[in-house]
Design a protein around this ligand. Structure first.
Ligand SMILES: C[S@@+](CC[C@H](N)C(=O)[O-])C[C@H]1O[C@@H](n2cnc3c(N)ncnc32)[C@H](O)[C@@H]1O
Length: 171
């Protein structure tokens, strides 16, 4: 992940998750744990989950508590975490619904899932007809409030259009 993109992702995590106050957050598809410092810096206790043993080794070397498991099924109890984030993983996961279902299972009522991904429009190969310079890539997000007592809502933030809210497609 490039530096500007990583910094944009850091800002989005701060905005959408806010201060952790020592609560528990999952990083689903954590890779080598590059976002760990941001999340622990926001005072979240963090557990990384990744299917790759090699990536988890890297994440652990960065000091992250991390487990090798699929984001579709990991060994945590129902309603045991306060938040979950998944960053630049939507093109890597085989399917998103099982990941969102699993996140919903482990989130406490009122918990939040933050999804940060590259929006296809902002990942267009070139936007400058004169120089041919590539368009700057900006992450898009969906922050899904997961409550077991009320319908979810999805707050989307695409770079060009700004925040919008729509009903959760899985409810
Ligand atoms: C592009 S990397 C992003 C890593 C990290 N989130 C970051 O922002 O640097 C995608 C990660 O998803 C992991 N992954 C792919 N399928 C997975 C699955 N089913 N469960 C958990 N992790 C998965 C890969 O091993 C890889 O580390």
């Amino acid at each position: 992940m490039g530096q500007p993109f990583a910094r944009a992702a850091d800002r989005l995590l701060a905005r959408l998750l806010g201060p952790g106050q020592d609560r528990l957050c999952l990083d689903l598809g954590c890779g080598g744990g590059v976002q760990a410092a941001t999340l622990t810096g926001l005072d979240w206790r963090l557990i990384g989950v990744d299917i790759s043993t090699r990536q988890i080794d890297l994440a652990r070397r960065r000091g992250l508590t991390a487990v090798v498991a699929s984001a579709e099924r990991f060994p945590l109890a129902d309603q045991s975490v306060d938040a979950a984030a998944t960053i630049m993983t939507t093109t890597d996961f085989d399917a998103l619904p099982p990941v969102f279902t699993e996140a919903h299972r482990v989130l406490r009522p009122g918990g939040r899932l933050v999804v940060i991904a590259a929006h296809p429009a902002s990942a267009a190969p070139s936007s400058n007809a004169t120089t041919g310079a590539p368009a700057p890539s900006t992450p898009a997000t969906a922050s899904i409030g997961a409550s077991n007592n009320a319908p979810c809502s999805v707050t989307g933030s695409a770079p060009a259009s700004g925040p919008s809210t729509s009903p959760c497609l899985s409810c």
